[in-house]
Design a protein around this ligand. Sequence first.
Ligand SMILES: *Cc1c(COP(=O)(O)O)cnc(C)c1O
Length: 327
Amino acid sequence: MSSTPHCITAADISAAAEILAGHALRTPVMTSHQADHLTGAKLFFKCENFQRVGAFKFRGAYNAIAQLSEAQRKAGVIAFSSGNHAQAMALAARELGVNVTIVMPNDAPETKLAATRGYGANVVIYQRHSENREEITQRLAAEQGLSIVPPYDYPQVMAGQGTATKELIEEVGPLDVLLVSTGGGGLLSGSAIAAHHWSPGCRVYGVEPQAGNDVQQAFRSGQPVRIPVPKTIADGAQTQQVGTLTFPIIQQYVEDILTVTDAQLCRQMRFFMERMKMVVEPTGCLAAAAAMNSLLDLRGKKVGVIVSGGNVDVDKIAQYLAMGAQE
Ligand SMILES: *Cc1c(COP(=O)(O)O)cnc(C)c1O
């Protein structure tokens, strides 16, 4: 494997944990007898659906803005996001007294648009299938002197995301396996570094939607692969290409990338609702769906499952649950 140092280390995750103390929530770890019975494993669900703004993204956003210089914070920040990073940036910026602009796709879920505006962010809408969000963001940043905080490919964001796994291991002890949902790889890279450091020997797997398996293709071919915008209900994992900073960490510290179907995500949403009384968004179900559909033999293993988020349009929940009903 590459001997180039990675852009973050466990020390950066510890530093992020200190910055986040008193600002991000230490989310609960839940268990389920039924889930353990079905898998033959002991599953520990780290419930970031209960994090502030309803997803782990608050961790990375807050850590990133907090580490900007005084001058940068005065000028303001800008981010592009399909949703949870937007809300996270909006709330974190508000708490840190920093002006924030968010570039969001026209098809972002209504709840996410409303929540982002509700936190006081200036929202700029772009057409997901015809416009380039990075170009728009860069132009606005240059015109207004704003600092760009990307959703995953940014060291302080990756380190912030890694704090969820640090907390999980502190709470339940070393793990045999850790399953993590994956879009651009910010959560996975931070989680993998944390697991490697605080639970050496833990095998870390990323989980993607089957329709958007760009990270799996990249992992297996050894180089980043670009795919069209994937059609999946996992809107938080509709990224087209793994990050350039996240990928080398994934290559070194992750065992493999697994995929699950939208039907499996709907069944998992139903399981969380029925058995654990939790609302989890489709993307937040990726890791758990991999565990519960026997993609790995987990029998006798102690398994961490990152439940990454809980933001889903309330009007769509019934439809997803119906799709997840067993025939
Ligand atoms: C953003 C997001 C992901 C994917 O995170 P990456 O860091 O882009 O890999 C997974 N789940 C939820 C709920 C998200 O919001």
